[in-house]
Design a protein around this ligand. Structure first.
Ligand SMILES: [Zn+2]
Length: 313
């Protein structure tokens, strides 16, 4: 297949909407409650029927970010009702055939038209908005695919839209062997969390603090979840806390991390929690509740990370 033939094949599917995929369950309080439990969202408009009835919504609504949960097909999805190929599966098939067999998700953006309410039965359709020309990326040569998922209620009204960008790329095994320098991924830095990484560079573990109600919060964000104030400053943590929870990753091994890889949720003595790696301890010896202290660790020539070490004292 020549690049021109591939381009023509891809273009034939761009802009076409696939068959709608219907939610298995209508929007319901049980799924909402489990979601809120899992992410720690305590807004009563999602879970307290009386509170929700008196709110501007007039009843239970679902957290907007729960969008994708409603139309998930389950662990063993049934065969599609239609035998017609979907635009997404056809684009994937063409790219696989052209050698772009690996895939990684790169961006996700959601836009909400309205809150979804208890009883809404959602469906989603997928449209390929764009397939880029071949780009050289850190992962190799690949093409970006912009998928647009349109969520609708039972009347056909659009309730939300999600743009999902993936990179289909030529896997390393298919490329001539080179010795790539594997470094840890760079932290995603933004206007909201720049102070945190500036703190790390200065040897300080900073915690964002609301200027209005003084509540501490992490990860950093623009608004206080307690009082909705946009004003904030930061304090410097004493760098001590305990292991609130942890996982030990064994597979798949991703360079340059070493495995088994102990990843912990540290609860600082100031009360906020952050995810980090543990050092100076065998993964098998990690235990919930163990005392730890921060250790600013240079992991490569330009990256310092706040890692945590057991602190029996
Ligand atoms: Zn506040």
């Amino acid at each position: 297949m020549t690049p021109e033939e591939l381009r023509a094949g891809l273009d034939a599917w761009i802009g076409r909407e696939g068959e709608p995929s219907l939610a298995r369950d209508a929007v319901n309080p049980a799924m909402i409650r489990h979601w809120c439990d899992a992410v720690g969202d305590e807004n009563p408009v999602y879970t307290d029927r009386k509170f929700a009835a008196k709110s501007v919504h007039g009843g239970i609504v679902a957290p907007p970010t729960m969008l994708q949960a409603w139309t998930m097909a389950g662990l063993r999805p049934p065969a599609p009702a239609s035998a017609r190929p979907s635009p997404l599966s056809e684009v994937m098939r063409l790219l696989d055939a052209a050698g772009y067999t690996s895939v990684v998700a790169t961006n996700c953006r959601q836009e909400y038209r309205r809150y979804v309410r208890e009883g809404d039965l959602l469906s989603v359709t997928t449209r390929i908005a764009k397939v880029s020309e071949e780009k050289q990326t850190a992962l190799g040569a690949g093409r970006f695919i912009d998928e647009e998922m349109i969520y609708r209620d039972a009347t056909g009204e659009e309730v939300a839209r999600m743009t999902f960008r993936i990179l289909k790329f030529v896997p390393p095994a298919a490329r001539p062997a080179a010795a790539p320098v594997r470094r840890r991924p760079r932290p995603a830095q933004s206007h909201d969390n720049a102070f945190f990484w500036q703190g790390v560079a200065a040897g300080e573990l900073r915690i964002q603090r609301c200027s209005a109600c003084r509540a501490l919060r992490h990860p950093p964000g623009p608004m206080c979840p307690h009082c909705q104030s946009l004003d904030w400053d930061a304090i410097v943590s004493a760098g001590r806390g305990h292991v609130f929870s942890f996982v030990v990753a064994h597979h798949p091994p991703v360079p340059p991390f070493s495995y088994p890889n102990a990843i912990a949720l540290i609860e600082l003595d100031e009360g906020t929690r952050l995810v980090s790696n543990l050092v100076g301890i065998a993964p098998a010896d990690v235990a919930i509740g163990m005392r730890v202290r921060v250790e600013f660790t240079r992991v490569d020539d330009e990256l310092v990370l706040p890692l945590f070490r057991p602190d029996p004292a």
